[in-house]
Every structure is written in structure tokens, then in C-alpha cells.
Write a protein of this length. Sequence first.
Length: 182
Amino acid sequence: MTHLKTVLVFVLVFSIFSCKDDKKELVEEPIEMGVSTFYFIRHAEKDRSDPENSNPELSQDGLGRAMHWDEILKDIELDAIYSTDYQRTAMTAAPTSVNRNIDVQYYDPRIINIEEFKTENLNKNVLVVGHSNTTPAFVNQMLGEEKYYAMDDSDNGSLFIVQIVNGNATSQRIHFNCNCPD
């Protein structure tokens, strides 16, 4: 019987220490809990009348599309709007910004810190307006993979939706035709 008690004590002590070791192995970096949704669009049609102008405004069709984007997004409660610091992107964001009373925050896609951006916008719905090359690149950075390529210069109707749920990112791409005047 004494031998059995010794074995039981040994098993009990061993299991206590092994449980403590298991708990140490299970400790991981905390995952940001929550749901964040990002809506990425390229600026609307720009005025191409002066090919030398590197910062043109929107064309009439582009103004129509900017209003169309606001209409498409009207049922989404946005918390933030980001745009590059160009006239065509700011003008694309303007109808949504004005109708929601949300100030546009400007970003530089060449130097944005993706992890900070995700953290700053945790549990938010965010509109991001960019360009044919920066929008897919930004989406890829959010996903952590090279899924999308630069957009065709005539593509002003793609909407990329990135949703991050408890640190896991998914995406989809939807194309909207604009009933803008020709």
C-alpha cells in the first residue's frame, strides 16, 4: 500500500508540473479581437484634357461616379474615410465625406504602416480611395498575400472589400457599372 501511495504522489506531482509546462506552451501573442471592414475603390474618371497635368480633377463622368459610390455605400455606417492627397481621389471621396460628415484623412501609400493602420481602424468600417496601382497593392498588404494586380486604367468601378475578423483577413472584388452620363 505504501508503494501505491508513493506512485500516486509521484503521478500527482508529475501531472501538476506537466500542466504548468503545457500552459506555458499555449501562451501566444494576443490576437486583435473584433471585426474591421475596409472598402477600397479607385478614384473616379479623371479629366484627361491635359495629358501633362499630373493632378487633374474629375471629369463630368467622374463626378457622377463619385456620387454613385456614395449611393452604393449609403447603407454602410462608415467610421473613417482615407484618400491619397490628389484632387481626383479627394473629389471621389467628397460626396461620401460630406453626406456622412466624416473628414477625409490623407495617406501616402508608399509609406503607410499596415499594422498601425489595422490597429487604428480595429472594429471600424473604413472607405479607402486610391489609384489603379495603389489600391490593389494596399489590399494585398491588408491580406498578407499577392492576390490582386494593378487595375486597368479604364477600371473605375471595382470595389475591394477586405474584412478582418479576429485577425483573419478575407476579401472579395465586385465591379459596379456606373450609369453616369457619357
